[in-house]
Structure formats: structure tokens, C-alpha cells
Write a protein that binds this ligand. Sequence first.
Ligand SMILES: NC(=O)c1ccc[n+]([C@@H]2O[C@H](COP(=O)([O-])OP(=O)(O)OC[C@H]3O[C@@H](n4cnc5c(N)ncnc54)[C@H](OP(=O)(O)O)[C@@H]3O)[C@@H](O)[C@H]2O)c1
Length: 328
Amino acid sequence: MQYRKLGRTGLKVSEISLGTMAFGRWIDEKASAGVLDQAIESGINFIDTADVYGRGMDLGDPTLTGESETILGNLLQGRRHDIILATKVKAPVGRGVNDAGLSRYHIYRALENSLRRLRTDYIDLYQVHGFDPNTPLEETLGALDDLVKQGKIRYIGCSNFAAWQLAKANGISAQYLLNRFESVQPEFSLISREIEQELVPYAQSDQVGVIVYSPLGRGILTGKYQQEEKPETGSRLAAGEKRLMQLLEKHPSHELITHIRPLAEARGWSVAQFSLAWVLSHSYISSAILGASKPKHIQDALQFAGERLSAEELAKIDEISRNIGILR
Ligand SMILES: NC(=O)c1ccc[n+]([C@@H]2O[C@H](COP(=O)([O-])OP(=O)(O)OC[C@H]3O[C@@H](n4cnc5c(N)ncnc54)[C@H](OP(=O)(O)O)[C@@H]3O)[C@@H](O)[C@H]2O)c1
């Protein structure tokens, strides 16, 4: 496993990290334990969750959230300090008017609940899960800064921010001498390349760490949906994950995979291994958050870890992506 710096900070995170959105949502605690043990054994030191992750995300019920944090809290007992633990706040976690968003009120309450579920007294990276147009950035950043000073969180980051939102936030932090967002967590994969336009150039210019989610396009970039006839039990296709269904319906990913497969096979790799290597071949990425519902998913991802694609392969992929309309 190789480790990279999180933006300008001194923190080093494994270049492949573990996302735990499946814990308690598609897989139970026993299956989650197998995945987590494999991740830690493989050298993954960075684990991502969110207060909202749980069954309620598929059921549309904000009261059924927090299972991922609860399971992680149970499983991390005795090894919490070996892990860089990241969670998030903003999505609805109840039906009340103040049970969502980035107000000082909600952030304080949400953090206490995350700490309780995770059975820890600090979060290494506390991320806002998206931009909240209803709360002044000054209020959000002031609350987060206070929590850093109280020792409850070590670093702050954001997710799903546009470049202008992140630049504005970091400008406010600089103006008021507050802790700033040291990382941003957007989606990035062979089928989702929007961040290359604005967010990445900004992050590079201000040394903000880029931690990317869904590097395998929620499983699409394993190529398995082209081949599988019946979804496996415990898979997100079987659970009917809304975003996955949308992507499978109208995205040109099948065409992309048809072109990627021979490139992967030329290296003796799977489509998933090639897709992950493509993400990690971008040096501005601090870590790619892999989703896994089985230990084998992590073993597969780690098999060729550290290998980078050549300039010719990267150029070929750009050409293919332009031809099928994924890249402008
Ligand atoms: N900030 C945000 O808004 C946001 C949004 C989404 C995700 N995230 C974070 O990013 C993490 C990863 O997201 P993701 O799960 O969408 O990532 P992903 O890595 O693109 O997809 C993971 C899925 O791919 C399949 N897979 C992985 N390796 C495989 C293999 N070797 N063979 C066959 N199938 C394989 C599995 O699907 P099956 O389980 O169905 O087999 C797995 O659940 C989440 O857990 C979460 O922490 C953040």
C-alpha cells in the first residue's frame, strides 16, 4: 500500500481507502467485519463513513440512519487509534426542521451523535456532505473551527462542493483565521470526470486534498453488469440502489467498458483494476474511496496497487471518452 499526503497537511492516508456506505445498508455487521478486517490487514488506514449511511437511504426514511457508524464503532474497538476516521454531516437524519443542514445547531448535535455511534471522542476528518445554501458559510466554518479547538475533530473537509463554493469557503477561513477545508470529496471515475474542469485546478492551486468517491462507478466499472444475469444477494443491484439504477439506464458506460476491456486484458488485469489504476494515476488524488461488500473486492483492488498507467494509455482513454461523449 502506498500513502499520500492529504493536501497541504502533514497527514498521510492510504491511496486506497475504504468506504463504508454498504455497512448496515446492504451488508450486516458480520459481513462488514470481514470487509473491515481485510482492509486493515491490507494497509488501508483511512476509512470513510457518514451520519446518514444506513437503510433509510434506500427506504427514504431519515430516521433509519447511522447504522454504518454504529457498526464501525463496534468493529473499531481496540484499534480506533490505528485508523484515520472520516465522517460527514448535512443530510437529513430525522424529520425535524433542524435535523439537516450546516447550521451551528445541527453540526453540534450531529457530531455528538456520530461520536456516540462511533464510540470515540474524536473524528480525524469531519466533512460537510454538501453545500448548504441556507446557512452562511461563516456560521458553518465558525462552528467547525470551534470543534477543532475543542479537540473533537482534527481536520475539516467538504464533499460535493463546486470549485467556487470551496474557493469562497477557504477565502472566508483565511479572512477570519479559521481552520479551512483541507480536503474535498467529489465523485471521480472513468464515467464521472466533471471535476477535471474546475475543481481539480482550484484544489491544486490551493493545495486542497482530493479524496474521490465511487472510483468504480458504483460497481459499473467492474464490467459485471454487462455479464451478470441475476444480481448477487447482498449486492446493491439486488437492493435497487437508486443512483446505480439511473447510471445503468442511460449512461454510455457499456460502450466505454467495451473499449477498456482490451486495454485491461493487455496488462492481465480486470476492468475494475484498470479503472482504479486510472483514478490513482492522477497525482492530485490523495485517496480513492473504494466501496466493498466482500473482502475479495479489497484483495482484487490491492493486487496491482502502486502500478500506474502509461501516458499512452491515459491518452487513449481520453480519446475513447471523447468519442463516446463522456469527456468534452
Ligand atoms: N460524499 C458522497 O456524497 C459519497 C457518495 C457516494 C459514496 N461515497 C463514499 O465512497 C464510498 C465508495 O462508494 P462506492 O461504493 O459507490 O464505490 P465504488 O468503488 O465505485 O463501487 C463499489 C462497488 O463496486 C462493486 N465492486 C467493487 N470491487 C469489486 C470487484 N472486485 N468485483 C465485483 N464487484 C466489485 C461492489 O458492488 P456490490 O457490493 O454490489 O457487489 C461495491 O459495492 C462509499 O462507501 C462512501 O464512503 C461518498
